[in-house]
Design a binder for this molecule. Structure first.
Ligand SMILES: C[S@@+](CC[C@H](N)C(=O)[O-])C[C@H]1O[C@@H](n2cnc3c(N)ncnc32)[C@H](O)[C@@H]1O
Length: 289
């Protein structure tokens, strides 16, 4: 089938995906279109990708467009992914933010491509485990994702045995989950700490409000440079001067935007940049005893 897909049909998919989700695909990713869109072809009783491309070009196909865009997203996630950012959040960011904010001010944390929820719930489990230092402080954790099915899964908080075995320490599993059938359901207490919403990072982010900490991990890798720069700049608008951004292990702001500067002490963590190019997060929080 690969050889048979015309350039025009391929371009239909490439243009649609880039404009709707930011995803950039080259012709070397044809196999991804084939494998991920096969269930849609079957459901819609379409002969091949060319027929689907034809259907997508017709007006009034919003539901089908959404299905295609969602099917092409990569939703892999796991609890405490890469561990280090979460340790940094627990040991550095959280204590500093708690100390530097007035007692009545809520701390807001955003998992900006939350997929099936593991990232946002990892943050919630940390907060729950740090309850003594958090005290009565209000903490809002928001998870957003473009993919409706993933937002649904995240809200459900039900994970397979395989998913809870990836990155989640066994004590956390025992403390915050209960067995349900062959899977594990996250506790009501942790679930109640997180709100999940459908949101496209390419859209207007202003209605989400300001966030002290943003986890935007393993999503920018799918975008081209101008889109990365645009999204990072929009995220910067949603952060106070001393806010903190965590990117994925294969992602960086270097060469993409000067809005953020890397923290010297932690790979993958960034503060909004001072004019001198230093991250303001450190400069501000060093004043905290
Ligand atoms: C690989 S997962 C990353 C999940 C999590 N952040 C992590 O690091 O484990 C990427 C997620 O980004 C979402 N995504 C892709 N493009 C998006 C966009 N334009 N706006 C919001 N979410 C998007 C996908 O639906 C997918 O769930």
């Amino acid at each position: 089938m690969s050889q048979a897909l015309s350039t025009a049909a391929f371009e239909t998919f490439a243009t649609l995906l880039k404009s709707r989700s930011g995803l950039v695909i080259g012709t070397d990713k044809l196999y991804l279109l084939e494998t991920r869109l096969a269930p849609i072809l079957k459901r819609e009783q379409l002969r091949d990708l060319a027929a689907l491309a034809g259907r997508l070009r017709m007006p009034g196909n919003d539901a089908l467009v959404r299905q295609v865009v969602e099917a092409m997203t990569t939703n892999e996630s796991f609890f405490f992914r890469d561990d280090k950012p979460f340790q940094h959040f627990r040991n550095q960011a959280l204590p500093r933010l708690l100390a530097s904010r007035p007692a009545g001010a809520a701390l807001r944390i955003w998992s900006a491509a939350s997929s099936s929820g593991q990232e946002a719930y990892s943050v919630a489990m940390i907060i729950s485990d740090c309850q003594q230092s958090v005290g009565s402080r209000r903490i809002e954790i928001i998870g957003t994702d473009l993919a409706r099915a993933q937002v649904g899964r995240a809200r459900d908080g039900l994970y397979t045995q395989f998913e809870v075995q990836r990155g989640l320490p066994v004590q956390m599993l025992m403390r915050h989950f209960r067995k349900e059938g062959s899977g594990w359901r996250i506790s009501e207490a942790i679930r109640g700490m997180v709100q999940f919403r459908e949101w496209n990072l390419l859209g207007d982010l202003r209605a989400l409000g300001q966030f002290d900490v943003v986890f935007c991990r393993n999503v920018l890798i799918y975008f081209d440079q101008p889109t990365k720069a645009r999204v990072l700049s929009a995220i910067a608008q949603q952060m106070p001067g001393d806010g903190l951004l965590y990117l994925g292990g294969a992602e960086t702001v270097l060469g993409i935007t000067s809005r953020f500067a890397p923290l010297a002490t932690e790979r993958g963590a960034y503060g909004l940049a001072l004019p001198a190019g230093r991250p303001r997060f450190i400069a501000e929080t060093q004043k905290v005893p």
